[in-house]
Every structure is written in C-alpha cells, then in structure tokens.
Design a protein around this ligand. Structure first.
Ligand code: NAD
Length: 252
C-alpha cells in the first residue's frame, strides 16, 4: 500500500515523532472503544460518568464499581502489535513521546518509558480518595468490591473513592495537557492512531499540530474530522498497519 511506504518515509525523515493514541489502538488487545458498534456506550449510559452524577448519586457509584470489577479484564490486557510498533519507534530513537487518551497502561507495558507517556485522561490502575487525596492500587480496592462492598470508601478517611481517570465534566490533568501541547509545537511528525478525534480538549492537540504546519499522519479504521489536515491518512487496523510501517522504516 502506497500510504504505508509514505508514512515510513515521513518517520525516516523525522527526529521527533509524537504518537497520539485513542481507544482504537487498544481494541485489538480486547478492550472495546467507546463509539464503535458494540463499544462501551452501547452497554452503559455515558450520563452515569459525569463527575456531577458520580458525586451526587450512590447508584451511579454502584454502577461504576460494578463496571470496574467487570473491567478487571483491562488490567489483564496485553499490548498488541500496534503498541509494540510504537515502542519500537522509541527503541529506534525516533519517539519524542506518546500522548494518550487511554487509561489502560498498555504503552508502558509495551516498553515505552513512563516519562515518555503523557496520559490526558489518567490511568485506570489507580484509585484516588476525593477527601484526603491518597492513592490506592485499583486491585486493592476491587478486593473489597469482590468481597461484596458495593461502594468502597477510603481505607484512611472513609472519603469517596474515584478511579484516577478523568470523568466527563472534569478538568484534564493540567501538567500532562500543557506538556503535550508544548511538545507538540516542537515535534516534526505527529501520528494519530485509533481516535475519532472528537473528544475535547484532547482533540485540540492534533489541531495544534495541524495549525503549526507539522506533518500529520492518521491511522484509523474510520474517517476523522482532521483527515483534510493530514499529510497521509491510512484507513485500517492499527495492529496490521503499524508493524508494516515499522518494517519499512527498518529497511533503510
Ligand atoms: P473512540 O471510542 O471515540 O474512537 C475509537 C476510534 O478508533 C474510532 O474512530 C474507531 O474507528 C477506531 N478504531 C477502532 N479499532 C481500531 C483499530 N483496531 N485500528 C485503528 N482504529 C481503530 O475513542 P477515543 O477517540 O479514544 O475517545 C474516547 C475516549 O474513550 C477517550 O477519551 C479515552 O479516554 C476513552 N477510552 C479509553 C479506552 C482505553 O483506555 N483503552 C477504551 C475506551 C475508551
């Protein structure tokens, strides 16, 4: 496919590549995305995941913890060939950083160092107390849920516990967002993988890249609103496309 050769060429010419990922990079690891048919929003009501609802409704908290217990699969998921191809970019010295909307920790599991992964929506492995701000491993808290506690509270202060991920209506972690915006201005290639690019403000970051005239590549199953900005658009499965791109990169 001509586009694969083209993207490989852009990577060869790049010294600082940023990869921006969404839920689509992890579907081949068995984690459904939100908006595809059969995705998470076909099973749950997004309204249950606003921060206002979570704080004001015990039922919403029950749903959340039930979903988290079912979602333990997320903790067992393994990186797929797309995550591994992105980690290879790091091994080749091409990767500036990964900016991810995902909360699944799979880029780190694939071998991208922690300090090269900017998580815009938090990380599912952790739970935070909204009272005393202590953090606990999710698995520790899920023990309680499995033991029959429908809504676990903080072991230290009995405050409300919340997965350390960004809910609708909540601000993004400013450090990660500002660092992502700063690094984007300085990269020379910005590759989007597996995102609808419709979740804001995360989707502002690739717009900054497009507006700054940085080469933009998009690898996604379906069209995105930024396709017209992109130097190259590849429609297909990331776990198929990215390893083929990396094979080409390594040919030179
Ligand atoms: P999204 O669900 O809105 O869209 C996913 C996109 O990926 C779609 O355009 C789809 O066509 C594409 N896609 C699906 N499988 C693909 C594949 N194998 N290869 C290439 N493309 C593929 O996801 P989003 O844009 O990331 O936004 C939704 C929000 O959901 C994000 O904020 C993220 O925090 C959260 N989320 C995260 C996870 C996770 O951590 N794995 C899972 C679900 C949702």
């Amino acid at each position: 496919m001509e586009e694969i050769v083209w993207l490989a060429q852009l990577i060869r010419e790049s010294k600082k590549t940023i990869v921006f990922t969404g839920a689509g990079v992890s579907t081949e690891s068995g984690i459904p995305d939100f908006r595809s048919p059969g995705g998470i929003w076909s099973k749950y009501d997004p309204e249950d995941f606003t921060i206002q609802r979570f704080l004001s409704s015990l039922d919403a908290r029950k749903t959340l913890w039930k979903m988290s217990a079912e979602g333990e699969l997320l903790m067992e998921a393994e990186p797929n060939p797309a995550h591994c191809a992105i980690a290879e970019l790091h091994q080749l010295g091409k990767l500036d950083c990964v900016i991810t909307q995902n909360i699944d920790n799979l880029h780190q599991k694939a071998g991208v160092p922690e300090d090269r992964v900017l998580e815009l929506h938090g990380n599912m492995q952790w739970v935070v107390c909204l009272g005393c701000h202590s953090r606990f491993p999710l698995l520790q808290i899920l023990q309680k849920v499995k033991g029959g506690t429908e809504v676990p509270d903080c072991p230290d202060c009995q405050g409300i516990l919340k997965p350390d991920v960004v809910f609708f209506g909540e601000a993004l972690p400013q450090d990660a967002f500002c660092e992502a915006a700063r690094r984007t201005q300085k990269c020379d290639l910005f590759i989007v993988v597996g995102s609808t690019l419709t979740v804001y403000p995360a989707a502002d970051i690739p717009i900054y890249a497009g507006e700054a005239g940085i080469r933009l590549a998009i690898v996604n199953l379906t069209p995105t609103p930024l396709d017209h900005y992109a130097t190259v658009v590849i429609q297909g499965e990331a776990g198929d496309i990215l390893p083929r791109v990396m094979e080409r990169v390594k040919l030179s």
